[in-house]
Design a protein. Sequence first.
Length: 192
Amino acid sequence: MGPQGEQVGIVRIEDAMRLAQESDLDLVEVAPNSRPPVVKLMDYGKFKYEAAVKAREARRNQANTEIKEMRFRLKIDEHDYETKKGHVIRFLKGGDKVKVTIMFRGREQSRPEMGRRLLLKLADEVAEFAVVENLPSQEGRNMSLVLGPLKKKAEAKEEQRKAREAKKSADKAERAERESATGADTTARAEA
């Protein structure tokens, strides 16, 4: 194959090497297992650089989902519950999974149904942001529930970026409007 991807045809290796030297390019074997092997004239350094840039871009756009953990006690106060529920919602909006754990102490261990009820209540309240991945299960002194986000991490990050940009442009427009109003007020005072 030629440098622009055109088909040259079956050529002896000596002729292909001569063509590569004349055009100041590298002769790269792209399909060694085919019969006959396929080689291409290209700038190999440039090819490797472009491949590295593509790989870096793919890694940058990739988002790793983390598992955040939120711990509750069975006798949690209503305000504390609402605060922790807000944290769970924030994690889910960010595209992370959340493991909600209830810790039992002493005689609380004899009442696992109360913990299950609390976990299912939380799952029901955050249903618009999450899906239940693992139902409540008891592991020793703890009972846990895993909630998965409805949006992927990459989608959530993109949404947050757009919201930040919209807020920034709105603040900029408001600042410009305020400065123009202040400037008009200052010129009116100067004329008086």
